[in-house]
Ligand binder design. Structure first.
Ligand code: HEM
Length: 454
């Protein structure tokens, strides 16, 4: 935190009043979160304050504000905020995403080896195999219209199940995807409902607990199947099951279950959204689609790419990055400011909420020219030179940077390159809107027609 004497107590961030004297901006954010974020970006460039019922919020829009929260002074910004608390108490328990403090650090250190360069190399082979199976399925569906959000979710769920837990979830994937999706909706709606509508609140809560119960059953099965065979695998599940603390104690069952559930959820839904949005944007930009297909064909010679080819597939990397700039799958990060602090010269009182939003910062007009336009060449080395480190932060930053960032990039590049080499995607619907839940997804799915290339 900034030293108390150094804080400029006069300098308050501009205040957005909101439509309700009682709830501040809560109902605006609930009704149309994308519209609300757009209004913030249109009217403010640095930091803006608003109120969500009793909570005072600072939204950091300028990239200069972000490293202070995520990195330089991260100890002063914890996860004691309503969305992580709700996710924790209703669904993910004390898994990596929702955990905090020294216990989080211990668990993070335990899990980290499963995401090393060497492990990602090993996972890429499984990703390749799954992609080959998936291409075979798509060949049977040539000419059909498919919902990309469910296609991609099933695909990435299978990959995360096999790589991290050695379990093929192919049969369960439709059901799991459905329950995850329901939990995502319920969590978001539950977050915004409160005392004013107690019946809605209770109903949502009941449904959410039921969905979470279903998911825990799947995780129980995964763990049960592994018991006694921990030393025969070297994936994340075995690492977690064999981990011992200084006193030789293993992780208790509830903690193990929370970690597995967190990785199943965090490890598939975001990547599936990135891929769905990429296919959507490519379907609207035929030239970019053809350019990408040609580049992949030239570099991979029709083969599903491997670990070594990842870096060479520059065009696919750029398409994935540009997609996550426009449609960041994790669109906001929330923290609570523990002690009074200062962000970009503005005073932030202790206990206030601090929001960072990739959705607004990735479209900040001072850092991105024509921010609404899809132009993957923005991520070429020439154009990226000198860009602010936090103008683009799809995976967060600092010590809580996404543990699966390299995993996700490898997976997205392998899948997208392979699909583009063999298939063309065509839009079906005129408009595709964003749905801002815990993650950012296409509203009402994303139907696209697929055609096999000649
Ligand atoms: C395109 C795909 C992905 C995106 C955009 C993404 C984004 C993020 C972001 C922004 C955070 C930080 C949240 C915060 O600071 O509050 C995060 C954390 C996390 N992500 Fe990802 N993620 C992706 C894929 C993955 C994958 C593939 C995995 C696992 C296989 C994963 C597992 C996690 C976990 C466990 C955390 C919590 C880390 C911690 O706090 O120690 N994510 N992710």
């Amino acid at each position: 935190m900034a030293s108390a004497s150094a804080i400029n107590r006069e300098q308050q961030a501009p205040y957005y009043k909101g439509s309700s004297w009682l709830l501040g901006s809560l109902s605006e954010l609930e009704k149309d979160p994308a519209g609300f974020m757009e209004t913030m970006l249109r009217n403010y460039q640095d930091v803006v304050q608003f109120r969500l019922a009793t909570e005072s919020v600072h939204l950091c829009i300028h990239p200069d504000a972000i490293p202070h929260v995520l990195h330089e002074n991260h100890m002063n910004f914890d996860k004691q905020v309503f969305d992580y608390k709700m996710m924790g108490s209703r669904l993910l328990g004390k898994g990596l995403l929702t955990n905090d403090g020294p216990f989080w650090l211990k668990q993070r250190r335990l899990s980290q080896p499963a995401f090393s360069h060497k492990r990602i190399n090993a996972y890429s082979k499984i990703m390749q195999e799954c992609t080959r199976d998936f291409l075979e399925q798509w060949r049977q569906k040539d000419g059909q219209t498919l919902d990309m959000t469910s296609e991609m979710a099933a695909f990435t769920l299978r990959i995360v199940g096999l790589t991290l837990f050695g379990k093929d979830l192919v049969k369960e994937s439709a059901e799991i995807g459905e329950v995850f999706s329901r939990a995502n909706h319920l969590l978001t709606r539950r977050l915004f409902s409160g005392i004013p509508d107690l019946v809605k609140f209770m109903t949502l809560d009941f449904k959410l607990r039921k969905a979470a119960g279903g998911l825990r059953k799947v995780v129980d099965e995964i763990i049960e199947e592994r018991k006694g065979k921990e030393d025969q695998y070297d994936d994340l599940l075995s690492i977690l099951m064999q981990a011992r603390d200084e006193e030789g104690r293993g992780m208790d069952y509830a903690q193990l279950r929370d970690e597995v559930l967190t990785l199943l959820l965090a490890g598939h839904e975001t990547t599936a959204n990135a891929l769905s949005w990429a296919l959507h944007l490519l379907s609207l930009h035929e030239e970019e689609q053809e350019h990408l297909a040609a580049d992949c064909k030239a570099k991979c010679n029709g083969q599903v790419p491997n670990f070594e080819m990842f870096k060479e597939l520059e065009q696919t990397n750029r398409v994935v990055q540009e997609t996550m700039r426009i449609y960041p799958p994790a669109w906001s990060i929330a923290r609570r400011c523990k002690e009074e602090d200062e962000i970009m010269g503005y005073r932030v009182k202790s206990n206030s909420l601090v929001f960072l939003s990739q959705l607004v910062t990735h479209r900040h007009p001072a850092f991105w020219q024509d921010p609404e336009n899809f132009r993957p060449s923005r991520f070429s080395p020439e154009e990226s030179k000198g860009r602010h480190n936090y103008a683009f932060f799809p995976f967060g930053g600092g010590p809580r940077l996404c543990i699966g960032a390299d995993f996700a990039m490898m997976e997205a590049v392998i899948i997208l390159s392979s699909l583009m080499m063999e298939f063309k995607v065509e839009p079906v619907r005129d408009e595709v809107d964003m749905e801002l839940l815990i993650t950012l997804r296409p509203k009402n799915g994303l139907p696209l027609r697929i055609h096999r290339r000649k």
